[in-house]
Every structure is written in structure tokens, then in C-alpha cells.
Design a protein. Sequence first.
Length: 59
Amino acid sequence: MNSVVGSTSAIIENSDIYSNGKVSVTALNTSTINAEIAAVSVAGAGGNSGGLGVSVVQP
């Protein structure tokens, strides 16, 4: 299982703020995740008839 967590904070630090009204601070998190996955599997079976299976998955 994959898990992606994160957070974004908006702060005013090391500053003098003077206001006669409301002060609003906003921050945006615009993270993206790009992933490419490829998989290959091979299976074989013995016996009178035998058997072979191949699977390929590409992005």
C-alpha cells in the first residue's frame, strides 16, 4: 500500500504587522506525483499437457 501525506502552512514570521482590520494569510499546495509502473510475470506448469503463461503490463 502506498501512502502520501503532506501539509501546507501560511505564517507571518520575523515581521512587524500593523493593521486597523483583519489580516489574512493564504498558502497553496500544488504538489503532483508522477509514477510509471511496468510489470512482467511468467508462469509454467508441468504434467501431461504442460502450460505456459506470460503477462506484460506497460504504462
